[in-house]
Design a binder for this molecule. Sequence first.
Ligand SMILES: [Fe+2]
Ligand SMILES: [Fe+2]
Length: 152
Amino acid sequence: MAGDRYAPRKMDLAELIGVLEEEHRTMRRGLARVRDTASKGDYGEASVALRQLDSTFKQHIADEESSILRLLIDELGAKGAEREIRVFQQHRPIHKLMQTVGELASKSARELGTEQGKLESLFTEHTILEEENVFPRALGIFKGRSQQHQSQ
Ligand SMILES: [Fe+2]
Ligand SMILES: [Fe+2]
């Protein structure tokens, strides 16, 4: 996975989800900045924005895969968490598109627009799936376990 080199941040799952949702907004703004700067021909700014985006994304998916996905598989099994696994499988194509956009940023404005559009729509779809399905499900499991723990 693209986030392999990044150690997961140590925090409570509820807190982590808050951080991840905030990063979704930050990364969406970052993608918009890449689009705006590149369309003005400001490739230097576009590549600064892409580099920031790249490191935020790698840390972000390291946390999602090691904390959230692990919890879901642990509780539901790979079969039970099939839908969530499919959502996390979008991490690789998203990261690949980020790299492609980075390579095209100073080369081909036309191709860049196409790949940038693909990246933004896949990223938006991905974050909506996480915020509406994956995160609430993981949070439900986490809260259930905390209650169980307290009543023991
Ligand atoms: Fe994700
Ligand atoms: Fe995410």
